[in-house]
Design a protein around this ligand. Structure first.
Ligand SMILES: O=C(O)CCC(=O)C(=O)O
Length: 299
C-alpha cells in the first residue's frame, strides 16, 4: 500500500505527482500516514465522544454500543474543517476534479464485539443502484469511479482484529467478486492497519468490507465521501445557515456542502453552456495555476 508522510504546513493545493495519481488510479486506495497531527486527532476524538454521548442520550446508539451516524459534519467545528483537510484534499481534486461535494459522510464508533461471530459477507462496492441502473446490454467494465471516500482513523487500528476496513487493492477495476460458500475473505484481502491519525482514501468501486472488532479497543473512524455535484446527496444533512458553523465555512467548503446558486451550476456550467468560472474550487485551482488541459477532470 502506498504511504505518504507530510510536513505540517500544507495548503491542500499541492498537486499530486503523476506517479501518485497513477498509483491511486491503479490501486484504488492510498494510506496517508500522519494525516492528522496528534493535537488534531485528539480534538476530533473529543468531538466524537461528545456526539456519541448526545446520540446515546437521544436513543441513537444501538444496544451493542455501535454508532453509525450519517451526515455528521455539521455536528462540530472540527468536522467541518475536514472537508478540505490539507493532507488528503489534493487526492480529492487531483483525482475527481473541481466539480465535487460531499454527498455522504459518517461517524463510526464500534465497541469490542460481544462474542465470536461466524464469518459474514460484507464485501461491496459503494453506490447502490449506481452499480446496476446503468448496466445495459453492454455493461461498462470497469464501472465509472463516481465517488471517493476518506477514512480518518482516530483509534489505534495498527493491529489486525480491531475492526479495520478490509480492502482488495486493485479490485476497483472488476465489476464482480466471487463469494465463497463459507463467507471467508478473498485471499488477496488486506486489513488497513492504520495508526491513530492516519487516513485512507479509496475509490468507491474498490471492493471493501467492515471487519469485526475482536479487540478490547473501541474503533473510531470518520468517513467523508465526495462525488460529482450532478449526483444527488445520500445523507439527510440539514445545515443551519445562520449558525456559527456555517459562517465559519470557506467558499470552497460551502461548495463541498452542496451550496449552489442555481440548478445548472451543479453541472459545472452557466445557462449559456460555458464553464462557470466562479465555482469556488474551480476558481481556487485556476488562481493557483492548477487547471490542466491534459487531465479531463481538471480542464
Ligand atoms: O466501516 C468500515 O470499515 C467500512 C465502511 C464501508 O463499508 C463504507 O464506508 O462503505
Amino acid at each position: 500500500m502506498l504511504t505518504n508522510t507530510h510536513p505540517a504546513t500544507l495548503s491542500g493545493y499541492e498537486p499530486l505527482t503523476s506517479e501518485q495519481r497513477t498509483e491511486f488510479l491503479e490501486r484504488g486506495v492510498v494510506l496517508v500516514r500522519n494525516a492528522l497531527s496528534e493535537e488534531h486527532r485528539q480534538r476530533l476524538e473529543d468531538a466524537v465522544d461528545r456526539v456519541y454521548a448526545e446520540e446515546k442520550a437521544a436513543g441513537g446508539v444501538r444496544d451493542d454500543g455501535v454508532l453509525h451516524l450519517l451526515g455528521f459534519l455539521p455536528r462540530d467545528e472540527s468536522f467541518g474543517e475536514l472537508l478540505t483537510h490539507p493532507t488528503v484534499f489534493p487526492y480529492l481534486w487531483g483525482v475527481a476534479g473541481w466539480n465535487i461535494y460531499s454527498h455522504h459522510n459518517h461517524l463510526d464508533v464500534t465497541p469490542p464485539a460481544r462474542g465470536e461471530e461466524p464469518p459474514s459477507w460484507g464485501w461491496h462496492q459503494d453506490g447502490y443502484r449506481q452499480n446496476s441502473d446503468p448496466e445495459t446490454l453492454d455493461p461498462t467494465q470497469p464501472r465509472p469511479m463516481l465517488s471517493l471516500k476518506v477514512g480518518y482513523v482516530l483509534s489505534d487500528l495498527s493491529r489486525t482484529g480491531r475492526g479495520a476496513t478490509k480492502v482488495i487493492p486493485g479490485s476497483h477495476l472488476q465489476n464482480t467478486l466471487e463469494r465463497p460458500a463459507d463467507n471467508t475473505d478473498p485471499s488477496n484481502a488486506v486489513e488497513i492497519t492504520a495508526e491513530p491519525g492516519d487516513a485512507f482514501i479509496f475509490d468507491r468501486r474498490l471492493w471493501h468490507s467492515r471487519s469485526a472488532n475482536l479487540s478490547a479497543v473501541t474503533r473510531k473512524i470518520l468517513f467523508v465521501g465526495y462525488t460529482y455535484r450532478w449526483i444527488r446527496p445520500l445523507d439527510d444533512m440539514p445545515i443551519d445557515r445562520s449558525s456559527a458553523w456555517w459562517q465559519n465555512r470557506t467558499p470552497v467548503q460551502r461548495q463541498l456542502l452542496g451550496e449552489s446558486p442555481d440548478t445548472i451550476n451543479y453541472w459545472g456550467v452557466k445557462w449559456n453552456g460555458y464553464v462557470d468560472e466562479d465555482i469556488p474550487l474551480r476558481h481556487e485551482l485556476r488562481e493557483r495555476g492548477l487547471l490542466d488541459r491534459s487531465i479531463p477532470w481538471l480542464r
